[in-house]
Design a binder for this molecule. Structure first.
Ligand code: HPA
Length: 272
């Protein structure tokens, strides 16, 4: 993937957006794409119309950009992302983040489905990500340095403390139950073994999932401020005797969809 590919996709997206300059991009995780329906005066751009844009292959990921306004804020909703477990190179999973950088979108609000590890967290909880542990063992910044990005970026406060404060306050005001913790990113696509989950607990992880981390690292490279919320869809492997399956993940995500959407819409209206 070259800078030229990113610029071509950015040009195509800019042309479709007309004079709308998005202030917040929202990445909708598995089963959380319903937020797109809350976007007012929507302009939908299928990923297939954006040159070089990676196409998702997983159920629960639609594959389109929805531009419009949410609570009066100009937004770009990204319905569907590609993951490394689909075979995508890390740089491909963050293609869209680099496009957002080209479009000078200042804030990225990410979401995902994740398994719960923390002893008091349960399926159906939302968790604000405070930090992460990258167990994908790959960086999206591997390879030649892209224009404007650092070779060795600092990765402290990747999840913007100020934006997190706003999300916390919004949750309190809306009466949405919100946990906060560390997200461990694994490669997947198999779920973890119980032994791996015990290891992750000792590492200090509160939730586990297969996305988000490459995108947040790439966003730091572009100076995009990030905030991220996990929808805890299941107890992590071995916490209960129930086997894990993707259908369950999607079902639980749909149950918390309303709280999630109110939280995102309420928060971004307060971002400065
Ligand atoms: N593990 C990894 N990824 C996930 C999980 C999980 O338990 N639930 C949803 N995504």
């Amino acid at each position: 993937m070259s800078g030229n590919d990113v610029r071509s996709a950015a040009d195509a997206l800019r042309a479709a957006l007309g004079d709308c300059q998005p202030r917040v991009a929202i990445t909708m995780g598995s089963g959380l794409g319903g937020l797109g329906a809350r976007i007012e005066e929507p302009v939908e751009i299928p990923y297939t119309e954006l040159p070089g844009w990676p196409l998702p292959t997983v159920v629960g990921h639609a594959g389109k950009v929805v531009a419009g306004s949410l609570g009066g804020v100009p937004v770009l909703g990204l319905s569907g992302r590609v993951h490394m477990y689909e075979g995508a190179e890390p740089a491909r999973t963050v293609f869209y983040v680099r496009v957002l950088g080209e479009l000078e979108v200042p804030i990225l609000f990410l979401s995902n489905a994740a398994g719960a590890l923390h002893p008091t967290f349960a399926p159906g909880d939302l968790m604000l990500i405070s930090d992460h542990i990258n167990l994908m063992f790959r960086s999206p910044l591997r390879g030649p340095v892209h224009e404007g990005e650092d070779r060795f970026p600092d990765l402290c406060d990747l999840y913007d403390p100020e934006l997190r404060g706003v999300v916390r306050e919004t949750a309190l005001q809306l009466g949405v139950r919100l946990q906060e913790g560390v997200y461990a990113a694994v490669h997947g696509p198999g779920y973890e073994t119980p032994a791996e989950i015990r290891m992750l607990e000792r590492f200090g992880a509160d939730a586990v999932g297969m996305s988000t981390v490459p995108e947040v690292i790439a966003a730091r490279g572009r100076g995009i401020r990030c905030v991220a919320v996990s929808c805890l869809t299941n107890y992590a492997a071995g916490v209960t005797s129930e086997p894990l399956d993707h259908e369950e993940v999607l079902e639980v995500a749909v149950q918390v969809q309303d709280d999630f959407e109110r939280l995102v819409a309420g928060s971004i209206a307060r971002f400065e």
